[in-house]
Design a protein around this ligand. Structure first.
Ligand SMILES: Nc1nc2c(c(=O)[nH]1)N=C([C@H](O)[C@H](O)COP(=O)(O)OP(=O)(O)OP(=O)(O)O)CN2
Ligand code: ZN
Length: 120
């Protein structure tokens, strides 16, 4: 099995609701996003073309989240919930006989990140 990964970043604002602490106030992050696809190489020797992966993530994720106020898209925009939202939007688009979406890793700060994978 191969694991093919591409990294992205986006800037966005959010505030946490039902939360008491500094993050209930409006603030922003430069998020780092890592998308990992698992599979076996096709006849071109690729699990997924990095260029195709870039286009899918740009169109389905970054177009919505970059320079957004994330609360308008995800009610409670924790890193956990944003990672799952990203996974759910991509999983049907990266899923065929030789590859599937494996993992989303999302950094909210350089030292704080979550990983989301689906149970087998
Ligand atoms: N499990 C989670 N905990 C927190 C989340 C989250 O999404 N999931 N989010 C926040 C806040 O959004 C906050 O912006 C992040 O806090 P923190 O990691 O403390 O960020 P700092 O830049 O202040 O910390 P550094 O240690 O300097 O990186 C809070 N908790
Ligand atoms: Zn935050």
């Amino acid at each position: 099995m191969y694991y093919v990964t591409k990294e992205f970043s986006f800037d966005a604002a959010h505030n946490l609701i039902r939360y008491h602490g500094k993050c209930e106030k409006l603030h922003g992050h430069t998020y780092k996003l890592r998308v990992t696809v698992a599979g076996k190489p096709d006849s071109e020797g690729m699990v997924i073309d990095f260029i195709e992966l870039k286009e899918v993530v740009r169109n389905e994720i970054l177009r919505h989240l970059d320079h957004s106020y994330i609360n308008e898209i995800i009610e409670q925009p924790t890193a956990e919930n944003i990672a799952k939202w990203i996974f759910d939007r991509l999983k049907h688009l990266i899923n065929d006989e030789h590859r599937k979406l494996h993992e989303i890793t999302l950094w909210e700060t350089p030292t704080s990140f979550v990983r989301y994978l689906e149970e087998e």
